[in-house]
Design a protein around this ligand. Sequence first.
Ligand code: 1GP
Length: 258
Amino acid sequence: MANRKIYQSIIKSISAKEKLLAVLIDPDKFHIKDVTHFFGKVNQSIATHIFVGGSTVEVEATETLVFEIKKHTKLPVILFPGAVSQITNKADGLLFLSLISGRNPDYLIGKHVESISKLKNTQLEIISTGYVLIESGKKTAVERVTKTKPIDRYAIQKIVDTATAGELLGMKLMYLEAGSGASRPVTSEIISLVKKNINIPLIVGGGIKNKQQLENAYLSGADLVVIGTAFEEDESFFEELKEKPNVASKVAEKSHLK
Ligand code: 1GP
């Protein structure tokens, strides 16, 4: 059984009121030759985790990329796989995602069963994660690939109930996903209500493109935010993320005002 280092450190950060940021790298869009330059920026930013994965990645592309990334950063590299073929022992951890917003058995449990031969003797830290896709205005790659429907973003009770059911099933993390490149990120209302109703760490991602949106997600209750597209499109965004946002005092201020 692999250790629980990554998960324990997430829990520790939450207790210390520290917010976490994962940089998502899609092996389909990222060129190996850019790793040195890109990680020069990542390593000087507030990023705490590297997620690697995509919806339509070629077999082996992930392994090659993870191997290269590991040479350039000390941050934990965690697989965020869109397919079983993206699982590689070269990473540190794996989000064992179950798409609980959808009703496609393949993405609820089928792919997991398929992956067991690969995972049986792995040293990867496997973290059971409830993955909740929320409608964000346009059809996303996750929706297309998994052939599932996202939950309507106004169906807040359904979103909360889905996350709660995931926690009761024993999932260790909850991921609210608007979809990569979403035109609208997950709303503050959704984030804060889900956060109030679950006791496991909350991940939020999809369509977060600036510091304001990042802080907003943190203030609403996200423990870890995932950003991919904004870094792919404009690396200068890393320049804005050199100092940790002072969220703890703002949260205190917010609750004081209530
Ligand atoms: C997608 O949540 C992640 O799975 C990140 O989305 O690429 O829009 O930042 P973006």
